[in-house]
Design a protein around this ligand. Structure first.
Ligand code: PLP
Length: 387
């Protein structure tokens, strides 16, 4: 059966060149990167080369990069780390209503422990208004955290503008860039950020490795206690293979980003145009222009996203209804509710996310089959009958 993977926002396959770069670190260069002998030093070189690659890709300095176990740890580290370092100065954090749970959950955890959290609303296209952030700042605000692009609807936020506001008020600014690094340009100075989270498995690296960029001078407590790896900022034996893989993935993105973004955004725009032409009663979720090049998200009214997903899966096509982390939950996505969809419409959402190996043929196959599946499901839907 033909297989078409259109769920790159959930995770990407590892690039074969990444796997090749990692292999020697499993088999020959297996030393502990903290060891002083040659085995250790060889491994350390791999880690430090990756750190340099990543830093230069982000416009950062190597010493501003801390490797972590992925996006979730980086987000938790940023939020709880700043909260612990500056808790005496202030207990207020501002974030948006559409963050990934890796940001919203640590915020809610802090809320139970004496912090005040402002969840700033977004407009219908999922955009945060920087003026709302400005209004929310008090003399107790220590951190603002707004994601660079949303993982479900792809909307790209005015991060540089929000960063400027944060710095005018002397507040740290963190962004979750898990969906943007490797897909659109990300430069820590252009974005005015103090902290930035990223994750290897979202840009053709391995799973279980990520990084937190920490601008020099930012006050932050360590999150993982133990050994003094990462200059005392993050304990645990270096994940050499993962870090080397992440470094190689960065190099490949540096070479391919522009070309891939151009190709994927053409396919994205084609779907955004053709889906409403072929299927009545659909709503585009997310901003029409300020969105990730690889993201398409529609609500298809009168039917369930899960039913569409299962029917597509029977044809070998993998999409998503939203975030993979909440796909087992029956609750509609908090992101879709935050942009004003009703529960019913939110339940009919479908996210298509493309990547390095998506072809025109894949999209043709998807576009040929989606309208047929929707017609079949609507024919059985009591909601569609009553329309
Ligand atoms: N933040 C965003 C925006 C994400 O999309 C994800 C993963 O889906 C994460 C954080 C969590 O990253 P990880 O899977 O590396 O822990």
């Amino acid at each position: 059966m033909k297989k078409v993977y259109l769920d790159y926002a959930a995770t990407t396959p590892c690039d074969p060149q990444v796997l090749k770069a990692m292999e020697p670190y499993f088999l020959e260069l297996y030393g502990n990167a903290s060891s002083l002998h040659s085995f250790g030093q060889d491994a350390k070189r791999g880690v430090e080369d990756a750190r340099e690659s990543l830093a230069s890709f982000l416009g950062a300095k190597p010493e501003e990069i801390v490797f972590t176990s992925g996006g979730t740890e980086s987000d938790n580290f940023a939020i709880e780390g700043v909260a612990r370092a500056l808790g005496k100065k202030g207990n207020h954090i501002i974030t948006s209503a559409i963050e990934h749970h890796a940001v919203s959950e640590p915020c809610k955890f802090l809320e139970k422990n004496g912090f005040k959290i402002t969840f700033v609303a977004v407009d219908k296209s999922g955009l945060v208004d920087p003026a709302d952030i400005k209004k929310a700042i008090t003399d107790k605000t220590i951190l603002i955290s707004v994601m660079h692009a949303n993982n479900e609807i792809g909307t790209i936020q005015p991060i540089a503008e929000i960063g400027k506001i944060a710095h005018e008020k002397g507040v740290y600014f963190h962004t979750d860039a898990v969906q943007t690094v490797g897909h659109i340009p990300v430069d820590v100075d252009d974005l005015n950020v103090d902290l930035l989270s990223l994750s290897g498995h979202k840009f053709y690296g391995p799973k279980g490795v990520g990084a937190l960029y920490i601008r020099k001078g930012t006050r932050i407590e360590r999150f993982l206690h133990g050994g003094d790896q990462e200059k005392g900022r993050r304990a645990s034996t270096y994940n050499t293979t993962g870090i080397v893989g992440l470094g190689k993935a960065v190099e490949l993105c540096r070479q391919n980003l522009e070309k891939e973004a151009r190709f994927q955004s053409a396919l994205r725009d084609r779907m955004i145009k053709e889906i409403p032409e072929k299927i009545p009663d659909v709503i585009l979720n997310g901003h029409p222009a300020k969105r990730l090049p690889n993201n398409v998200n529609f609500s298809i009214k009168y039917i369930e996203g899960e039913s569409i997903l299962l029917n597509l899966d029977m044809l070998g096509i993998a999409c998503s209804t939203g975030s993979a982390c909440t796909s087992s939950s029956l609750e509609p996505s908090h992101v879709l509710l935050a942009i004003g969809l009703t529960h019913e419409v939110a339940h009919g959402s479908l996210r298509i996310s493309m990547g390095r190996w998506t072809t025109v043929d894949d999209i043709n196959y998807f576009m040929d089959n989606l309208p047929k599946i929707v017609s079949k499901l609507r024919a059985m839907s009591p909601l569609y009958d009553k329309k």
